[in-house]
Design a protein around this ligand. Structure first.
Ligand code: URA
Length: 249
């Protein structure tokens, strides 16, 4: 692939901008500037540096973000800064079928919810992860306002009716290791689902953190506001059919 096209696919601007960056010596590979925009390179596994920033070629982008509180999962936020401001601009400017589109969050978390969020520019992956048939369990750490009792846990497991649907929604797993903490596993993603389920059993969410999606746990060394590429193995594990539920540790 021509070097200018490699840069273009990674979100470094139009082909003309990418050609300019290359010709002006702003792009290097293994420490040496490559100044020919038409240099024919194998993009797979390619590492290059653009104006001091090291970049690894990814045909499709799959990332995880540790969403901090006080951010909105919207491209056009109304009140709080967008999570997209936490990403480097090439991830926001990756082209898709000729248009600038960038990566998109797979589902949304509320502005005050923290934790694991996946983003990608692979439309099929977004579709698959959001499909009702592909029940990926998501684990939420809930800080409750009132002590959680056994009756509340039983109701959450048996199913509660929310105001927009007569069909009850149930937790796939639910455990409490201290009075104000609840670990809830859900396989659906209805609007404000955790908050509404807690309200339905007479409690209230004071803090909400997503710690896991399927086999993927939020890494302990990924600080709030930081992002990381997913490995090919992590993407494959997320694509695989969900395993039968057992309560998470
Ligand atoms: N459930 C909620 O109520 N809020 C979230 O952000 C995620 C799940």
């Amino acid at each position: 692939m021509h070097f200018q096209d490699i840069l273009y696919t990674q979100g470094f601007g139009t082909r003309r901008v990418c050609a300019g960056l290359i010709q002006q010596g702003h792009v290097s590979i293994a420490g040496a500037a490559v100044t020919d925009p038409f240099a024919d390179l194998d993009p797979k596994g390619l590492l290059f540096t653009v104006q001091g920033t090291e970049w690894a070629y990814h045909e499709k982008a799959y990332l995880m973000l540790h969403k901090p509180a006080g951010t909105e999962c919207s491209q056009k936020p109304s009140t709080y800064p967008s999570i997209y401001t936490l990403l480097p601009s090439p991830l926001r400017l990756r082209p898709n079928k000729g248009a600038v589109q960038g990566v998109q969050a797979i589902g949304r978390l509320d502005q005050d919810t923290t934790g694991l969020l996946l983003l990608t520019d692979d439309g099929q992956f977004i579709h698959k992860m959001g499909s009702p048939k592909h029940h990926v369990p998501k684990v939420y750490e809930v800080t409750a306002k009132h002590p959680v009792d056994a009756a509340q846990i039983d109701k959450l497991m048996a199913g509660v009716v929310l105001d927009d649907d007569p069909k009850p929604v149930r937790a796939a797993a639910c455990e409490s290791d201290s009075p104000l903490h609840l670990r809830l596993t859900l396989t659906e993603g209805k609007y404000h689902q955790v908050k509404r389920m807690l309200a339905a059993v007479g409690n209230r969410v004071e803090g909400l953190h997503r710690s896991r999606i399927g086999e993927l746990a939020l890494p302990g060394d990924l600080a709030a506001g930081q992002w990381r590429w997913l490995t090919a193995e992590q993407v494959a594990a997320l694509r695989a059919p969900a395993k039968p539920q057992k309560p998470p540790k």
